[in-house]
Design a protein around this ligand. Structure first.
Ligand code: TYM
Length: 332
C-alpha cells in the first residue's frame, strides 16, 4: 500500500495557503487512498528566533486544526514530531550523507537567512540543516508520496537525492519518495502582495487569510485584495498575478480549473465577492469543528499520544536498519 507522510510547522497560525496547498488534500483524498501520517513538525519551528510558549500553543493549535480539517485519527496517524525520537536520530545519519553545498543551495535557506541577518539576528545552524531533518521525517517512514505545496518540492528533491545516495553507498535502506503537489493552488499568494507566497510568518496579516479568521475578516481581506491594472479577468500568472491568485483560490474552493473559472467573470468586483463567499464557506466547518475540539483537549491529547506510539513503531525498524547499514555497532 502507498504510504504518505506530510507535515506542518508550528511557526504561526495556519493559513489558507497551508489548507489549499496541503491540509485539505490530506483530509479529503490522501487519508482514504493511502496509509498516511500527518505531523506537527515542531522541531522545525526552532530554526528561527522563537518564543517557547508560543511554539507550544501553536503546536497544539495546529494538531487541533488537522483534526478539525477532517483528518480522521482512525485512518491516519496524527502526531507531534518531537514525540518520536527517530526523526532526530535519523537526521544525524543523513547529515553524514548530505553536503554543506547542497544545504546552501536551498531556496528557503537563502531567503530566510537573508531575512534573519537583515533583522540583525544571527542564523541558527539548524536553519541550514533543516532540509536534512525534513528528509529524515519522510524517510523514517518509508513514505512513497509527500503531498506538499510548491515551496517544499525542492526539499523533497533533496530527500530523494539523500535516499538514493544512502542506498547506493550502504545498501537498500530507504524508499525514494516523490512530491505530490495539488493541481490547483499549490502556491497561494499573499492577497496584498501577489508576488510573494501567503506565508504564516509574514510580517503583516492583511494579505493572509488564517484558517481561524472570523468570516467578516476573511471577507474583508479578500475584497481588499490587490488586483492588477486593467479590468479584464484573465488567468495569467505573469501579467495578472493578483487576479490569477483569486481565480486559483476560487477554482480550488469549487474544485474547478482557474482558466475555466475566469470565463464566468466580466469584472474584478464580482470575482472578489464570489471568492470571498467561497472561502468563507470552505473554512466554516473547519472553524466550527475547531471550536468543538478546543472544548475537549483531553481528546486531542489522546489522539497525539496514540499517534506518537504508532509513529514510533512505524519508524523504528527503518531507522535501526539505517544505523546498522551505515556501520554503527548495534547495542548488545
Ligand atoms: P509549512 O508549515 O510551511 O507548510 C505546510 C504545508 O503547506 C504548504 N503551503 C502552501 N501551499 C500553497 N500555498 C501557500 N502559500 C503555502 N504555504 C504553505 C507547504 O508547501 C506545506 O506542504 N518544511 C515544511 C514542513 C515539513 C514537512 C516535512 C513537509 C517538515 N518536514 C516532511 C512534508 C514532509 C514546511 O515548512 O511547511
Amino acid at each position: 500500500m502507498t504510504r504518505i507522510f506530510s507535515g506542518v510547522k508550528p511557526t504561526g497560525h495556519l493559513t489558507l495557503g497551508n489548507y489549499l496547498g496541503a491540509v485539505r488534500q490530506w483530509a479529503e483524498v490522501d487519508q482514504y487512498r493511502a496509509e498516511s501520517l500527518f505531523s506537527v513538525v515542531d522541531l522545525h519551528a526552532l530554526t528561527v528566533d522563537h518564543d517557547p510558549g508560543r511554539v507550544r500553543r501553536l503546536s497544539r493549535q495546529a494538531a487541533t486544526l488537522l483534526l478539525a480539517s477532517g483528518i480522521d485519527p482512525e485512518r491516519a496517524v496524527v502526531f507531534v514530531q518531537s514525540h518520536v525520537d527517530e526523526h532526530a536520530r535519523l537526521s544525524y545519519l543523513l547529515e553524514c550523507v548530505a553536503t554543506d553545498g547542497e544545504m546552501r543551495r536551498m531556496i528557503q535557506y537563502k531567503e530566510k537567512s537573508v531575512l534573519e541577518r537583515a533583522r540583525g539576528g544571527s542564523v541558527r545552524l539548524s536553519l541550514l540543516t533543516y532540509p536534512v531533518l525534513m528528509a529524515a521525517d519522510i524517510l523514517a517512514y518509508g513514505a512513497d508520496e509527500v503531498p506538499v505545496g510548491d515551496d517544499q518540492t525542492q526539499h523533497v528533491e533533496l530527500t530523494r537525492d539523500l535516499a538514493e545516495r544512502f542506498n547506493q553507498r550502504y545498501g537498500q535502506t530507504f524508499v525514494v519518495p516523490r512530491a505530490t503537489p495539488p493541481k490547483v493552488a499549490a502556491r497561494v499568494m499573499d492577497l496584498q502582495d501577489p508576488a510573494s507566497k501567503m506565508g504564516k510568518s509574514h510580517e503583516s496579516g492583511a494579505g493572509i487569510v488564517y484558517l481561524l479568521d472570523e468570516p467578516e475578516a476573511v471577507r474583508k481581506k479578500v475584497l481588499r485584495a490587490v488586483t492588477d491594472s486593467g479590468s479584464e479577468v484573465r488567468y495569467d500568472r505573469e501579467a495578472q498575478p493578483g487576479i490569477s491568485n483569486l481565480l486559483e483560490i476560487l477554482a480550488a474552493c469549487e474544485g474547478g480549473d482557474p482558466e475555466a473559472v475566469s470565463g464566468g467573470y466580466a469584472s474584478y468586483g464580482a470575482l472578489k465577492k464570489d471568492t470571498a463567499d467561497a472561502v468563507v464557506e470552505l473554512l466554516r466547518p473547519v472553524r466550527e469543528r475547531h471550536k468543538e475540539l478546543v472544548a475537549d483537549p483531553a481528546y486531542v491529547e489522546e489522539v497525539l499520544r496514540r499517534g506518537a506510539e504508532r509513529a514510533r513503531e512505524m519508524a523504528r525498524p527503518t531507522v535501526d536498519g539505517a544505523y546498522r547499514a551505515i556501520g554503527l555497532l548495534p547495542p548488545a
